[in-house]
Design a protein. Structure first.
Length: 230
């Protein structure tokens, strides 16, 4: 099978402005991947499937990754204008002087969501080729193009990613929740997801679940007592 460098070159020759990047994997497996620009991802996927040499006709796995915001501390030189007393006869005097101090400022790098696809060729008996796409952020710009029209096996897997991570796959033929119910508001595989404390089932014997349920019931009882006293 071609190397990722050769596949990247083939994509760029076939799809102008493909915007493909190689994502290196430093682990012993050295399973490098290709990050696609969402705007050209559909055309690139079609090429990978239809190209006579690659013939990547089978999508075995699609999954999501949540990359949260990152905070970085940066040391910067800041000039402050301060008032300092000046020795002299008579009343006390002050003068304004400039003083340079080093401060640590926090810079936040916005996170994103990512979809990862593993492709094989049944006809050529090679693979995998790993594709990646990332959203602009993880809040209000979470759209990526669906690859289901290229590989039908992506249908349920993209629905699972939508359900658990919140990526909206444009062009998907039936994008709706797969594991959670329709009224569920969150995405359980996000790294900042917090489990609710209002369980609708009998609490288990696990201490953390039991304690959280008891606290919730106590809070409800308190609210009911407050309401009855009004």
């Amino acid at each position: 099978m071609k190397t990722v460098e050769e596949i990247k070159a083939a994509i760029e020759a076939a799809v102008p402005g493909a915007g493909v990047e190689i994502v290196s994997n430093p682990s012993p497996s050295a399973q490098h991947s290709l990050r696609l620009a969402p705007g050209q991802a559909f055309a690139v996927a079609k090429f990978l499937r239809d190209d006579a040499d690659l013939a990547l006709d089978f999508l075995s796995n699609a999954t999501g990754i949540d990359w949260p915001d990152k905070e970085f501390g940066e040391k910067v030189q800041v000039t402050h204008r301060i008032s300092k007393p000046v020795d002299g006869p008579g009343r006390k005097k002050t003068q304004i002087v400039e003083e340079v101090v080093e401060e640590t400022r926090i810079r936040v790098e916005p996170g994103w969501l990512e979809a990862v696809y593993h492709l094989y060729s049944v006809a050529k008996r090679h693979g995998p080729v790993v594709l990646r796409m990332r959203t602009i952020n993880r809040t209000d710009q979470v759209e990526l193009p669906s690859l289901t029209p290229i590989w039908r096996s992506a249908e349920f897997q993209e629905r699972e990613i939508f359900d658990l991570y919140g990526i909206v796959f444009t062009g998907h033929p039936d994008l709706r929740r797969l594991l959670m119910w329709d009224e569920f508001k969150d995405h359980p595989m996000r790294r900042d997801y917090r489990e609710p404390d209002d369980f609708e089932y009998e609490p288990t014997a696990h201490d953390d679940v039991l304690n959280r349920t008891l606290e919730h019931h106590a809070a409800i009882a308190g609210q009911e007592e407050a309401g009855a006293g009004e």
